[in-house]
Unconditional design. Sequence first.
Length: 224
Amino acid sequence: MGLYTHPIHVSLSVPGTTASKSTIAMINQFLDWAQEQPNTWIVSSEQLLAWVRNPVPLSQLNDFAPLKCSTPAVNSSLKICNGIPQNEAGLLDHCAFNDFPFYTCNTPTPSNPSPAQASGSAAPRVRLSSNCSTPFWDPIKGECICTSSTCAFTDTSRPIGPNGANLTGSEINSTDGSAATQSSDPYVPFNGAASMQLPVGVSTALLVGVVGAFVGALQAVARL
């Protein structure tokens, strides 16, 4: 038995939400109860899919690598904004807006609180590189501090644009200088089999054939 949910399903601030405080309380009570039960695991979607790909018996789950929580081995003396407290200590500034306070590493000065974006040949911002994970990325310098295979990262996300176009990056903000790419068939099925794609023109011919058969059937019935 499992319970699948996403934070957006129970958000009270999203326009049009149907979530209620009683639903949130119910989920919290269920999670409190579930954590006390034997042989119960609370996993992410990625961990669940890893187990589906390589199922192991319950007795081996403690040694199942995808279910283990590993901490990135980042030098604690490095001062970068990577989300790890010891690395970004002293770098964060608190922007105390009443409606939405937040922290930032990119500090506008009091004399220039709203600096203009860089123009010309300079990149307007430094995005997370597709070959570097967040703990090893320095967003100020725009460089990856990972230099070994143990921390190497490969982006396996699926492009969200039409026809495989990657709409999440461009040449001006990619650290490797590569432009957005597009593939003819970016979809890779979960089971690794080739995706089903009809040849050009077959879909149209199939639709015409189905409609013709339907019209012919109606005419035959009308003659009875």
